[in-house]
Design a binder for this molecule. Structure first.
Ligand code: GUN
Ligand code: ZN
Length: 433
C-alpha cells in the first residue's frame, strides 16, 4: 500500500485544548488529509489539497464523517468474555464473575487469543487507544502489548497488582508486583507506541506493603501512567476505611503512596468529597467517567459539574466488562443520561472533545493522538452516520456535527464504523452489508 495518500471526507476535530466546544471545533465539509508514513502531513479543503498533491492517490470517503481515533481511558481486557453478566453490584460481581474469568489469563495461548478478540472489538467501535487493565499475570500483559504492537495501536496498559482479598490463585506479592511491573516498564514503556501504567487494582486488594512497593516505582518512573479505581461503590468505600484507618479518606490511600499526580487515571470517582475533588485538582490527576458500568453495577451517578467546579480533567471510558458496550459514542449517550439526572446538559461536542483531544491532552499525548493536526499519528475513524433506515430518517445529510454526533450517541453502534485507521493503515474495514 502507498505510504502517501489523500483521505477525502467530512472532517471534524479539535486542534487544541479548549473549553469552547463550538468555536474551537475545526471542520471541513469536503475535506482531506494527506497521510504520509503513518502521520497526518496536511489537512484542509479537498480542492486545495488535491491541487497541492495532484499525483497522490485519493481514498474517497465523500459523504462520510472522519474523526480522530477514540480514546477509552479505562477498560479491562480479561473481562471481554464476561461483559453483561447478570445481577450483582461491584464486590460480589468481582468475586462471582471477574476473578474466575481473569484466572484463565495465566495461560499465554488463551491470553493471546483474547487479546486479539479484545482489540478487534475496540477497532470495530472506532477505539484506537485504550488505557487497559490486564490481569495479574505478566504473560497476559505481554500478550496485550504484542497484539497492540502488531496493529501499531498506541496502547497504555499494565499488569494488575493484587496481593490480598481475592482468591489466592490470583494473588501476586509486593515483591513480584514490583519486579514484574519494573520489568514490563523497561521492556514496553515508550517502546514503539506502547506505554506502561502501574496498575494496583484498587486499595482493598493491595496491602500497604504492595502499595509501598508500587509507590517506589511511581517515584522512580515519573512519566509512567498510573491507573486504579476510586470511590465507585459505597460498600467499597466503607471497606477501604477499615483497611486503611490511618488515611482520612479513599484518595488519601493513593496519596500516601505517591500515586496522585499527572498521568494518574482514577476510574469512577462517583462519591468523592469536596476535599478529595480539590486534592485531585491540585495534583493534576484525571477522573475517568464510566457511565455504562456505573449504571450496570448500580454504582451511582457521576457528578460532572463537581469535577468542573474543582477543575479536575474528566475523560470517558467504557470500563468493559463492568461496562456494557465497547462503543464510546454509545457510552457518551449514557453519560448524557446520567448528566440529565444531575441537571447537567452534556453536549455532544463536549463529549466528542472528551473522547479525543480532551483525553489526549490530559494524558500528555496530544502531540500524537486525539486530533487531526499535521504531525499527529494518523489514527482516525470513518463513520457512516446514516447506516440504517432509522438513522437515515433522523440524520440529514446537512446535519451539523453536533446534531449528527448526538444522534449517533443515542442510535449508533459499530454499524456506523466504516473503517478504523491506525498510523495510516486500515486496521478495521466494515464488510459490505
Ligand atoms: N474495582 C476493582 N476492580 C474492578 C473492576 O474490575 N471493575 C470495576 N468496575 N471496578 C473495580
Ligand atoms: Zn474498572
Amino acid at each position: 500500500m502507498a505510504t502517501t495518500q489523500l483521505i477525502r471526507g467530512t472532517l471534524y476535530h479539535y486542534p487544541r485544548s479548549t473549553t469552547q466546544y463550538h468555536s474551537d471545533l475545526q471542520s471541513f465539509k469536503d475535506g482531506a488529509m494527506l497521510i504520509k508514513d503513518g502521520k497526518i502531513a496536511d489537512l484542509g479543503d479537498f480542492s486545495a489539497l488535491k491541487a497541492r498533491y495532484a499525483d497522490v492517490d485519493v481514498i474517497d470517503y465523500s459523504g462520510r464523517v472522519i474523526i480522530p481515533g477514540l480514546i477509552d481511558t479505562h477498560l479491562h481486557f480479561p473481562q471481554t468474555e464476561i461483559i453483561a453478566s447478570y445481577g450483582e453490584q461491584l464486590l460480589t460481581w468481582l468475586d462471582n464473575f471477574t476473578f474466575p474469568a481473569e484466572r484463565q489469563f495465566e495461560d499465554a495461548d488463551f491470553a493471546n487469543t483474547m487479546a486479539d478478540a479484545f482489540l478487534t472489538e475496540c477497532l470495530k467501535n472506532g477505539t484506537t487507544t485504550g488505557l487497559v487493565y490486564s490481569s495479574v499475570h505478566k504473560v497476559a500483559t505481554e500478550a496485550l502489548f504484542e497484539a497492540a504492537s502488531q496493529r501499531n495501536m498506541l496502547t497504555v496498559a499494565g499488569k494488575v497488582c493484587m496481593d490480598r482479598h481475592c482468591p489466592d490463585w490470583l494473588q501476586d506479592t509486593p515483591e513480584s508486583a514490583q519486579r514484574d511491573s519494573a520489568d514490563l516498564i523497561d521492556r514496553y514503556h515508550g517502546k514503539g507506541r506502547n506505554y506502561y501504567a502501574l496498575t494496583p487494582r484498587f486499595a482493598p486488594t493491595s496491602s500497604s506493603a504492595q502499595m509501598a512497593a508500587l509507590g517506589e516505582l511511581a517515584q522512580q518512573y515519573e512519566d509512567v501512567f498510573i491507573q486504579t479505581h476510586l470511590s465507585e461503590n459505597h460498600d467499597e468505600i466503607a471497606w477501604v476505611k477499615t483497611l486503611y484507618p490511618e488515611c482520612e479518606d479513599y484518595l488519601a490511600v493513593y496519596e500516601k503512596y505517591h500515586m496522585v499526580r499527572p498521568r494518574a487515571v482514577y476510574g469512577h470517582c462517583i462519591h468523592l468529597s469536596d476535599s478529595e475533588w480539590q486534592r485531585m485538582a491540585d495534583s493534576g490527576a484525571i477522573a475517568a467517567f464510566c457511565p455504562t458500568s456505573n449504571l450496570f453495577l448500580g454504582s451511582g451517578l457521576f457528578e460532572l459539574s463537581k469535577a468542573e467546579k474543582f477543575g479536575v480533567p474528566v475523560t470517558l471510558a467504557t470500563d468493559v466488562g463492568g461496562g456494557t458496550s465497547f462503543n464510546l459514542l454509545r457510552t457518551l449517550g449514557e453519560a448524557y443520561k446520567i448528566c440529565q439526572l444531575r441537571n447537567y446538559s452534556l453536549s455532544s461536542l463536549q463529549g466528542f472533545y472528551m473522547l479525543t483531544q480532551g483525553a489526549a491532552d490530559s494524558l500528555g499525548l496530544s502531540n500524537q493522538i486525539g486530533n487531526l493536526n499535521p504531525g499527529s499519528d494518523a489514527d482516525f475513524v470513518v463513520l457512516n452516520p446514516r447506516f440504517d433506515a432509522l438513522t437515515q430518517l433522523r440524520i440529514d445529510t446537512e446535519s451539523t456535527c453536533e446534531d449528527t454526533l448526538f444522534a449517533l450517541t443515542m442510535l449508533g453502534d459499530d454499524r456506523a464504523t466504516v473503517a478504523t485507521y491506525v498510523a495510516g493503515q486500515p486496521q478495521y474495514q466494515q464488510q459490505e452489508l
